[in-house]
Design a protein around this ligand. Structure first.
Ligand code: AMP
Length: 281
């Protein structure tokens, strides 16, 4: 089975030793791994001889009323997935204290990229993400780190942070892996009841509908956003946001083009689902 380290100092040492053999790739996760995570690990294998996967449910990126305590966990199954996808070793701290020891008080504050969308709806979320990822970059000194476009805003925030702070890790984005019916794979899909599961395709259906309208010539952002919103609401979801933004700065657009992305977040019961895609894909 793939080797597991539990202590930060052991993770640092394992990464240090691995870097002697060539580049090191890092795949940070919160566990409950699925094929989306596996695709990152496999892509990492093509970039570096050593792939380190981290599994840590990071408390600082959860709001007070979010799902930290019930976030799904299954380390045994995760280790099997890491092994079959080709991970070299796994860092899976047993406790948040390993990452945030007594006296911890320094956080990384991202800038305007973290302001809209999930940043607006989940105050402090990207501060927590940026802080934990900067620590993982510092411990591993990885040459590359892979992140999914499923969390597109997170990918941009982290890439910006790595550049701004000269962390020396190249941040690589990878495409969203979806179920056959279009639902983006997510650890949180485990929350969906069998009755709710079919309705979760509403996000993908909204993306397809908006793309179709865009290809038919619609260029009014409000009309396209309204169409997405309507689709989600009709399926019984509660919309958190449905916004068109440019793919670089995440600013609103006055006239969408094929690179413009539709960003969606919606609640299905208590479960918050997100998705995004370029209009021209
Ligand atoms: P998480 O465990 O949810 O924090 O995700 C860990 C990494 O996997 C992040 O870079 C995510 O963007 C990525 N990821 C999650 N779901 C998917 C997916 N369906 N396709 C591709 N990457 C994903």
């Amino acid at each position: 089975m793939v080797p597991v380290v539990k202590a930060s100092h052991d993770f640092r040492r394992a990464c240090q030793e691995a870097r002697v053999d060539g580049p090191l790739a890092l795949v940070p996760t919160m566990g409950y791994l699925h094929d989306g995570h596996a695709s990152l690990i496999r892509a990492a294998r093509n970039l570096a001889p050593t792939v380190a996967v981290t599994i840590f449910v990071n408390p600082t990126q959860f709001g007070p009323n979010e799902d930290l305590s019930r976030y799904p966990r299954d380390l045994e199954s995760d280790l099997r997935r890491c092994e079959s996808a080709g991970a070299s070793f796994v860092f899976a701290p047993d406790s948040p204290v390993e990452i945030y020891p007594a006296g911890f008080q320094t956080y990384v504050e991202p800038g305007p990229l973290a302001a809209p969308l999930c940043g607006a709806r989940r105050p402090g979320h990207f501060r927590g993400v940026a802080t934990v990822v900067s620590k993982l970059f510092a411990l591993s000194r990885a040459d590359v780190a892979l992140f999914g476009e499923k969390d597109y805003q997170q990918l941009l925030v982290i890439r910006r942070m790595a550049a701004d702070l000269d962390l020396g890790t190249e941040v690589i984005g990878r495409p969203i892996v979806r179920e056959r019916d279009g639902l983006a794979l997510s650890s949180r899909n485990a929350y969906l009841s069998p009755e709710d599961r079919p309705r979760a395709t509403a996000l993908w259906k909204a993306i397809l509908a908006v793309r179709e309208r865009f290809h038919a010539g619609e260029r009014d952002p409000a009309a396209l956003e309204g169409l997405a919103r309507q689709g989600l609401e009709r399926a019984g979801l509660v919309v958190d946001y449905a916004e068109l933004r440019d793919p670089i700065e995440l600013q609103p657009v006055s006239r969408p083009d094929p690179t413009t992305r539709l960003f969606l977040a919606a609640f299905l019961g208590k479960t918050r689902l997100i998705d995004n895609a370029a209009l021209g894909e």
